[in-house]
Design a protein around this ligand. Structure first.
Ligand SMILES: [Fe+2]
Length: 131
């Protein structure tokens, strides 16, 4: 069973960002699934790498969008992204040296919770306040 399902209530109405949010959901589900079916460490490492790359690209796009919209919450929002990316980078690096599937499965759940909270609160500010 997928870790989580996309719901249209998560849409911001900003198409490129919504598209990438959906894509991130799939990426996290995929990572979780790979851990659940206990595939070889290499596949989990690929999924982790993909998630990392997509998060970096997505945050960059979101920050560019915020600049263009002159969003007053830019600094705080970017700081949230940066803190989370540090956490993700650490997990990716530690999996590279000491693979631990159970830790990654718990991490997939942590990423899911972070993304869900972030999309429904901080990202929501892109289309409510400061637009
Ligand atoms: Fe964001």
């Amino acid at each position: 069973m997928a870790l989580f399902t996309w719901k249209d209530e998560y849409l911001l109405g900003l198409e490129p960002l919504d598209f990438e949010h959906k894509d991130l959901f799939e990426c996290i589900n995929n990572l979780y699934e790979q851990c659940r079916i206990q595939t070889e460490g290499g596949e989990i490492e690929d999924c982790l790498g993909q998630l990392h790359v997509r998060l970096v690209a997505h945050f960059a796009l979101e920050e560019k969008t915020m600049c263009e919209m002159k969003n007053p919450h830019y600094e705080a929002h970017k700081a949230e992204h940066d803190r989370f990316l540090e956490e993700v980078t650490e997990v990716v690096a530690s999996f590279g040296t000491t693979p631990d599937e159970e830790h990654v499965e718990a991490f997939a759940i942590r990423v899911k919770e972070w993304i869900l909270t972030h999309i429904t609160t901080t990202d929501r500010q892109l289309v409510t306040r400061g637009r």
